[in-house]
Ligand binder design. Sequence first.
Ligand code: 5AD
Ligand code: SF4
Length: 472
Amino acid sequence: MKTIEQINTQKEYIKKVKNENQNKNLHYSILTMGCRLNENDSEKLCGMLEQMGYTKTENFEDADICVFNTCCVRENAEDKLFGKLGELKKIKEKKGTIIAIGGCMMQEAHMVEKINKSYPYVDIIFGTHTLHKLPEDLYKVLENRKKVRDILDIDGEVYENLPIKRTSNIQANVTIMYGCNNFCSYCIVPYVRGRERSRHPKDIIEEITKLAQEGYKEVTLLGQNVNSYLRSEKWKEKGQDWNGINSFATLLRAINKIDGIERIRFVSPHPKDFTDDVIEAIRDCNKICKLIHLPLQSGSTNVLKLMNRKYTKEQYLELVQKMKKQIPNVVFTTDIIVGFAGETESDFEDTLDVVKKVKFEQVFMFIYSKRVGTPGAKMENQVPEEIKHKRFNKLKELVESQIEENNKKYIGTIQKVLVEGKSKNNPKMLTGRTESNKVVIFEGKEELKDKIIDIQIVSEHMWYLRGKVISC
Ligand code: 5AD
Ligand code: SF4
C-alpha cells in the first residue's frame, strides 16, 4: 500500500474512534522522553489523539489513555518508564486506562519482552516505524479489548500529512530526515530508527511555508544527521533536484527565502559531513542562527576512532576555525560523552583541551551508558562508574566556569530576542531567547509575545540573562 493510502486508512480509523468516543469527555496524557525528534513525533501523536476526541491532561490519573513515547539512548529512560508503569497499574485497575508505549525503546526486542512479561497490562506497543498507526491500534483495543503489538523491524517509510498539535505557536520543529547510517559505536539510534530517509523537499518547503502563514517565526530542522540530507537518495549524483534543492545547503537557502520565517536552526549535523557548501549557506543566509550545534563526543583522536566518529581532534578544531573565519560571530554548542570504553586520563584531558579552545556556549554532557547490541557494549576496558562520575564532574566544572565567563560578555550588548511569553518561574516577567539560544528574562507587556525585539542585557546568571526592552 502506498504511504498516501496508508495515511488515508488511518484517517478513517480516526473517524471511527472519534465516533466511539462521542460525548464521553475523554482525556489523554503523554510522556515524551529523549530528543527533539521524539518531541516532534509526540506532536503528531497528540494531533491524532485530539482528532480522535481526546483532550490533553497533565495528570496520568485523569487520563483515559496514557501514551509513552520512549527513548533508549541512555539507561535512565528505562527506569523512568518502569516506575511510571508501576504507578499506572493501580490506576488502570480502577478506571480501565488504556496504556500505549511507543518510540525507540520499543524497537528493542528485549524491552518488548520485558514489558510483555512484567507489565502485561500494557495495551498497545508500537515502534518508530508504526507511529502513524496509533488510530488503527487504538480502534482494535477499543473494539475487542485485546492487546496490540505493532512493531516493524524493517526501515519505515516517510509519511506525510499526519495530524499535528504543536507545543508552541512561534517555534516549530520540522523533521527533514529519519534514521542514521553512521553507526557510532556507542549509539543505539541506527538500530532503532533504521537507515537514513529524507523527506521530499517539496513537503518540507510546503510545511514551512504553511507554518510561516500561521505566524511561526522560528523553525528547527531535525534529523539524526541533517547534513547528509538527500545523500542516501543520491539526488546530487543523479543530477536530480526540486526547485534547485538537492542537498542540505540548497535546502537551507530555499528555507531562508520563505517570507515570515525569521530564524532557522538545525540539529544535529555531523562534523564529518560539514561540507563547504553548508558553511557558505550559513554565512550567506541572514535567517540562519549563527549558533551551530556541533557534536564533539570526545576530544581524543583515540577515543573518536573507537567511537567510529571518522574525524580526529585536529580535524574538529580545524572545522571550528574554518567556520569562525568564514561566519562572523559564529558560536557553538556541543554534545560530549564522558567515560566511553577505553578512555584514559590523557584522552579525557584532550576533551577538556577542546572545550577550553572552542569555548562552547553550552555543552550537553553525558556519562557513557552501555547499550545492548552496540559495539561499544562489547568493548574491553570499560571505565569504572566512579571514574566516569569524577570525570563528568570535572568537565561540568570547566563548562560552568566557561559559561559564567562567557555570559559576562553579553552585559551591555543589545540582543534580538524572540519573546516566548510569561516566565514560568516569575509570571511578572517575560522570557525569550537570543539568536545564540540564551534565555533572557525581562519586564514587558504581554503583547510583546511572539515578537522579535531589541533587549539590552543588564546582568548575567548561570542559566539566564536579565535584560531591558529598548525598542519594539
Ligand atoms: N551513552 C551516553 N550518551 C550517549 N549519546 C548517544 N548514545 C549515548 C550513550 N550510549 C549522546 C550523544 C548524542 C546525544 C544525543 O546523546 O552525545 O549526541
Ligand atoms: Fe547516533 Fe552517531 Fe547516528 Fe548521531 S550520528 S544518531 S550519535 S549513530
